[in-house]
Ligand binder design. Structure first.
Ligand code: AP5
Length: 216
């Protein structure tokens, strides 16, 4: 968890390499649906473009179908879900139903100005979705992805006005989840304002203290 620009995608990709687990980022899945011009994509686009959340029902269904398959049997990494208390409750219920539980919730904390500066310089690979930053993590060749030389683009919702709205939505609708997970003793707060490798090291150190596979 973390505000827009907190570094969720950056850190989740590193953790995915560490643990080799399926990785589900609701924002990426929704953007893929928009790209493929699906019905779900057309419903989601309007909300995303104005910095609002897509309806709980849609994203809960989207996640449910990914967690109940055999590929997720050894665990998974979620990025950007849950984002409301309703989603957190639905996830809990879904996991109880399959004899699982949330092991760790990493909350990346950065202030709004840092988030705005990160998002205004973000560039995303049109093909792999890999993320760069023109100042903090520049690609080797301007406008091209280091991994596959595809074009780098600016996300539609990274316009300043939309970023401000996304930050507001986060503090209103997502921050209340912190206490939900605090009560369950799984919330790990991390200072997300350091360098990406330092943030990653901090997360790894905290995760090392967690008991894995809390099968209920
Ligand atoms: P989503 O795609 O999840 O966007 P977000 O939460 O706004 O987060 P971002 O992807 O913008 O930021 P990030 O934290 O991943 O940062 P990143 O690592 O890229 O969601 C988009 C939309 O989809 C939502 O607004 C909503 O409409 C909808 N949606 C998604 N999930 C939903 C749900 N569950 N329910 C309802 N609606 C949902 O890093 C940002 C930049 O900073 C990069 O350029 C990076 O290189 C740089 N950077 C990263 N870490 C550091 C660091 N430590 N120091 C310096 N720079 C850094």
């Amino acid at each position: 968890m973390g505000s827009p620009g907190a570094g969720k995608g950056t850190q989740a990709q590193l953790l995915q390499q560490d643990f080799d687990l399926p990785y589900f980022a609701t924002g990426d899945i929704l953007r893929e649906e928009i790209k493929n011009e699906t019905e779900l994509g057309s419903k989601a686009k309007e909300y995303m473009d104005r910095g609002d959340l897509v309806s709980d029902e849609l994203v809960i269904d989207m996640i449910r179908e990914r967690l109940v398959v055999p590929e997720s049997a050894d665990g998974f990494i979620l990025d950007g879900f849950p984002r409301t208390v309703v989603q957190a409750e639905a996830l809990e219920e879904l996991l109880i139903g399959i004899g699982r539980a949330v092991t760790a919730v990493v909350a990346l904390e950065v202030d709004d100005e840092e988030a705005v500066s990160r998002l205004s310089g973000r560039r995303v690979c049109v093909k792999s979705g890999h993320t760069f930053h023109i100042e903090f993590d520049p690609p080797k060749h301007e406008g091209r992805c280091d991994l596959d030389d595809s074009r780098l683009i600016i996300r539609d919702d990274d316009q300043l006005g939309t970023v401000r709205k996304r930050l507001e939505t986060y503090s209103k609708k997502t921050e209340p989840i912190f206490s939900f997970y605090e009560e369950r003793g799984v919330l790990l707060r991390v200072d997300g304002s350091q360098q990406p490798d330092q943030v990653h090291a901090h997360i790894r150190a905290l995760i090392a203290t967690v008991r894995f596979e809390e099968t209920v």
